[in-house]
Design a protein around this ligand. Sequence first.
Ligand code: HEM
Length: 77
Amino acid sequence: MRKMISKRVLSLHNGQDKQEVWIAYKGIVYDVTQSRLWRDGKHYEHWAGQDLTHELPDAPHTESVFERFKIVGELTD
Ligand code: HEM
């Protein structure tokens, strides 16, 4: 079973408060700590530690960018 991750716990993984950098997309929390493109939790004008599902249409790429990242768990309220 997948681990449940609250929005509050997700928000702590914003690249500023903790070492790990997490982002949520369509209910799944991904660990993007290894990505140079998410260094310090910043990715262009976006910040980690949040649900970015509704921001993906602004990106010049598809959701396939998530494929190489480890799933941390499932996002809950
Ligand atoms: C203005 C908005 C954005 C810009 C300009 C942008 C730009 C980029 C670029 C240039 C890459 C490099 C590789 C590629 O094109 O496949 C990338 C990768 C990536 N983007 Fe975005 N992006 C944006 C928004 C987002 C959003 C909203 C998310 C999350 C929902 C996201 C998640 C990712 C991820 C996970 C990667 C893979 C990083 C890696 O492989 O190291 N991006 N982005």
